[in-house]
Each structure stands twice: as structure tokens, then as C-alpha cells.
Design a protein around this ligand. Structure first.
Ligand code: ARG
Length: 535
């Protein structure tokens, strides 16, 4: 028997009494969250939810009474050992031995796929999802927003892939624009090939800072303009300098992302869409959507009401494209290339207007799929500083978390001497960073604190990793045991039952996170699992 069969078995009994197809009832039956108070039951049917799902006219006004009548008409069987009525709910308790055996067997059998095969997902069609995330700007700071985009985007891509969707992970680099004119000129004065090869991100950033200081002077400005113009005209030599900056930066990004367990299927970027953006401007013009302002810039009118004008600027007065124009070209290109079902952009909320405009323009252009584009935005993190000061590179954050964690480990007497202390510090530290970030709603801003994130107890990634390691060592100790050797009677104690009950909910939690793309449901599930299993 599978865990999912509990819900199905309850649904099939109910379906006879309520005269409704069992599929309509499954969503209204949920595992009861484990709370400090003793448990009422394992599963609960919510009558309000049955009505909400539009599945029943036979339920009347008084849900209290209805629940009672329903509970009386249902019978216990080999799966359900007790049925009671609550306020607007019917509660089901599963036969204890069956519960223990089934949950255990399935966790054992499915391993990391536990929950993924649940019937809750069977009605969800498999899709192809393009997820664009991280997207830093070459030669500029990799700020904390990019870090957040990296871990949130990775979470979304992972959960979708785990649930059987096809996922394309795209990193859309800021790799074009006047900054490359300045950088090119800056490199001629301050650049160093050795440094560029050994640490491209840092070196390009330093050059960029230096040349920006010098950029006040008219001559530098002119040189930078010329350099960028040559880039736009595809001058071979200029292009090859730019390409070296880009290629070396990507190499280093790949190395650093690896530390986070993140990879991309495509490194694209604004540079890819210079020419295609011109085609987009032509299309906008042909469709009568491009309006010229007195200043000569090109805008698209997005006003919904006459008295409230909103426009999006898509063209500079010299005819060149802007950020949004390149995004229009990129979206159309990705549709042609991948025929995706859904496309998700992950950035901080300061870009919400940008994406709203982008989707609106696509829609005006007649692309119905604009409705299947989604911007997943997140709030700002304040106060993340490293010992070197402000965060400039992703690697700074990773090194900082690792060294702080290592320090905590060495100062804790209980930590055993580890062979791979640095590696462990890195893994645990990163988990701490991610859990700190995923605990709340993505849209909330929060004040970052190293001490809070790295606490060894409490709601932290450190404590979760500790629990994980403990459970693994138990598994190692008993790894040879056959499931048939397990004495189910030992699992009937209230503490054991509450772990089993919690495990019953996992598919629902996964389902929730996969629907609203908020990792916090999974995090709080794991924290409760830790409470249930920690000594
Ligand atoms: N490079 C941009 C930045 O750092 C983020 C890119 C977001 N994605 C996009 N398709 N516009 O702000």
C-alpha cells in the first residue's frame, strides 16, 4: 500500500456517500498538521473546501451538522480505524500498524523521491518551464539581490524538475551597453592580462571603478563612446576584447555557482539581442504601437485609463534599443527556440514595473503567451556586510560564511574533529544562508544577521544540517536492516506517531510550494520535522 492510498481510500468511501467522483474529493482531504496539542486525527475532510471546489450542491448551510451526519454514515474499515466529526470537518484516523508500515515502506523505497509521485500531482500537466535567474552584470557588483535571485531561481528550477517538468535554466547576463565602452578604454590604461586571467570578475570591477573616476574627463568619455560604437559595428578587434571579458567572467561564474550547487543550461545576455531588438522596434512600428515623443524617443502607450497615462520607453532618440526592448526580443526568441509553457523571471521587486510593462507590450504585440510569463519578485536584504566591507562579489559571501562557520565549529567543544572541516563548514554555512533566506515570504525585506543565520540551535540551517547528519548516522548504524525486521510496535508511541503523521503531509507541502513558488512551506515543514526528531 502507498501513502497516497490513504487519501484515495477515504475519498472512495466518501464518494459513495456523497455521490461525487473521488477525484473531486481528494483535494479536500488533507493530512492534519502536527501541533503541540495532541492530535485529533491523521486526515481531515473539509466540507467548506468541498463546496469551494465546486463539487457539491448536496451540502447545505449548516456544515457543523452536515459533518456530524456524514461521520455517522461512514464506516471504519481495514484502512480507517476511527471517524469523528469536528466543526465542518470529518476526521479520519488510520489504522496504526498500517500507518507505520506504509509510511516507513514508502520513505524507504522512494528515498529522495518520497512525496513526488503523489496523486496530488497527477492532475498537474507536465510542462516546459524556462527559468531565468541570477543574471549579474559583468564588471559591476554582484549584489545581494543577485544572490537572492540565484538561490530562489535554483529552488524554483529544482522543484519543477523534481516534479517531472522540463526545465531550462537561463542566466541573462548584463553584458552589453556603454559600460563596455568604458571598460574597454579602462582596460587599455589599467588592465593587466595576468590579473584578468586569474581573477576576471575582481579585475574587471577594479578597472571599471578606476575608469569611472576618470570618466569625468571629456576625452575618456569620447574614447568610451568610440569603443562602444565599434562594438556595435562589430569591429573584430574590439569584439574580441569584449568576448575575452565575457568568456573569462563566465568561466569564473561557473566555478563559483558550483559551490552553491547551481548550474545553467544557457548563458545568454543582453548582447545577444542588440540586433533582434531592432527587429522588435520595426514590429512595433508596423503594428502601430510605436509612438515618437517630441524628444525623438520611441514609446509604447500602456495607459489603461484615458486620464492616467503610462508609457514604456523602448527606443532612444538615436534609434538604439533599451533594456526593455532587449527583453522583448529575448522573450520572443526564447519562445521560438524552446516553445515553453511557462517562463519565470526571478529578480528583486524593484523590477516589478519593468516586467509588468514587458508582459503588457508582448500582449499588445499579439503574443497570447505573455499571460504565461511570470515575474517572481523578492524583497531586499539589508545589512549584509563581510569583514572586507560591502558585498561586491558572490565569492566574498561564500568565503565569509565558510570562515565564520569554521570559527564557530572550532570554538564549540562538542564538535568532533572533522577530516573535512572546511568542506563541512562550507556546506553547513550555505545551508544556513539559504534557510535564513527561505524562512519568510519571498516578498518581505529582512535585516540580515550572520549571528542569527549561523546559530547552532533554533530555526537555522545549521540545526537542520545537524539533524540531517544525525539521521544519516542512524541510517548508517542500521543500514543493513531489512524493512521486514522493523518492529512496528515500536512505532506506536505518540512521539513516533507524530513523526509518521508529519511525513504524511509532505506531498501537500510540496504541492503548495510548487504552486505559489514560496520555499517557506518546505522550510517550515523541515523545521517541524526536526522538532519531531531532535532529542
Ligand atoms: N542584469 C539585471 C540586473 O542586474 C537583471 C536581469 C533580469 N532579467 C531580465 N530579463 N531583465 O539588474
Amino acid at each position: 500500500m502507498a501513502v497516497g492510498s490513504f487519501r484515495r481510500s477515504i475519498a472512495s468511501q466518501l464518494s459513495k456517500v456523497l455521490d461525487l467522483p473521488p477525484e473531486n474529493l481528494i483535494k479536500s482531504i488533507s493530512a492534519v498538521p502536527v501541533s503541540k496539542k495532541r492530535h485529533v486525527a491523521d486526515f481531515q475532510l473539509s466540507l467548506a473546501s468541498v463546496i469551494e471546489n465546486g463539487s457539491s450542491d448536496c451540502l447545505g448551510q449548516d456544515l457543523h451538522l452536515q459533518a456530524q451526519q456524514l461521520a455517522e454514515r461512514l464506516k471504519c474499515d481495514s484502512v480507517v480505524s476511527e471517524i469523528t466529526a469536528g466543526p465542518g470537518t470529518v476526521n479520519f484516523t488510520i489504522n496504526r500498524e498500517l500507518l507505520a508500515k506504509t509510511v516507513l515502506q514508502q520513505v524507504w523505497k522512494d528515498g529522495s523521491e518520497y512525496g513526488v509521485k503523489s496523486e496530488l500531482f497527477s492532475a498537474v500537466p507536465r510542462q516546459k518551464a524556462v527559468i531565468e535567474f541570477s543574471s549579474p552584470n559583468i564588471a559591476k557588483k554582484f549584489h545581494i539581490g543577485h544572490l537572492r535571485s540565484t538561490i530562489v531561481g535554483n529552488f524554483i528550477a529544482n522543484i519543477k524538475a523534481a516534479l517531472g517538468h522540463e526545465v531550462v535554466r537561463i542566466n541573462y547576463l548584463g553584458d552589453w551597453g556603454m559600460q563596455f565602452g568604458l571598460l574597454g578604454v579602462g582596460f587599455q590604461s589599467f588592465g593587466n592580462q595576468e590579473k584578468l586571467k586569474s581573477s576576471p570578475l575582481q579585475h574587471l570591477f577594479e578597472v571599471y571603478v578606476q575608469i569611472n573616476k576618470a570618466a569625468e574627463d571629456e576625452n575618456t568619455k569620447k574614447l568610451a563612446k568610440d569603443f562602444f560604437r565599434k562594438l556595435e559595428e562589430h569591429d573584430e578587434q574590439t569584439l574580441s576584447i569584449w568576448k575575452q571579458f565575457r568568456d573569462l567572467s563566465i568561466e569564473e561564474y561557473i566555478r563559483i555557482y558550483k559551490r552553491l550547487g547551481v548550474h545553467f543550461d544557457e548563458y545568454s545576455g543582453e548582447s545577444f539581442y542588440q540586433e533582434k531588438a531592432q527587429e522588435v522596434l520595426k514590429m512595433l512600428e508596423d503594428k502601430g504601437l510605436l509612438q515618437k515623443t517630441i524628444k525623438g524617443t520611441g514609446v509604447v502607450d500602456l495607459s489603461e485609463k484615458k486620464d492616467h497615462s503610462t508609457v514604456s520607453t523602448v527606443m532612444r532618440s538615436d534609434g538604439t534599443s533599451l533594456y526593455v526592448t532587449r527583453d522583448l526580443a529575448a522573450a520572443i526568441d526564447r519562445m521560438n527556440k524552446h516553445s515553453w509553457d511557462t517562463m519565470i523571471y526571478v529578480t528583486d521587486k524593484s523590477q516589478s514595473n519593468h516586467f509588468q510593462h514587458l508582459f503588457q507590450i508582448l500582449k499588445l504585440m499579439g503574443y497570447d503567451w505573455a499571460e504565461r510569463c511570470q515575474h517572481v519578485s523578492f524583497g531586499l536584504i539589508q545589512g549584509m556586510k563581510t569583514r572586507r566591507g560591502e558585498v561586491i562579489f558572490l565569492e566574498d559571501v561564500l568565503n565569509e560564511v565558510r570562515s565564520r562557520m569554521l570559527q564557530n565549529m572550532t570554538s564549540t567543544k562538542t564538535t568532533k574533529a572533522l577530516q573535512d572541516a572546511v568542506e563541512t563548514a562550507e556546506k553547513v554555512g550555505l545551508a544556513a544562508l539559504i534557510i535564513q533566506d527561505f524562512r519568510g515570504l519571498l516578498s518581505s525585506d529582512y535585516q540580515f544577521s550572520w549571528d542569527r543565520a549561523l546559530q547552532s540551535r533554533g530555526d537555522t540551517g545549521v540545526f537542520l544540517q545537524y539533524t540531517h547528519a544525525r539521521l544519516h548516522s542512524l541510517e548508517q548504524m542500521h543500514g543493513n536492516a531489512e524493512l521486514t525486521d522493523v518492529n512496528v510496535a515500536c512505532l506506536l508511541e505518540p512521539d513516533a506517531i507524530s513523526v509518521l503523521q508529519h511525513l504524511l503531509r509532505y506531498d501537500e507541502v510540496l504541492y503548495r510550494s510548487s504552486q505559489d513558488l514560496q520555499p517557506k512551506h518546505i522550510v517550515s515543514y523541515l523545521l517541524t520535522l526536526r522538532d519531531r526528531t531532535a532529542p
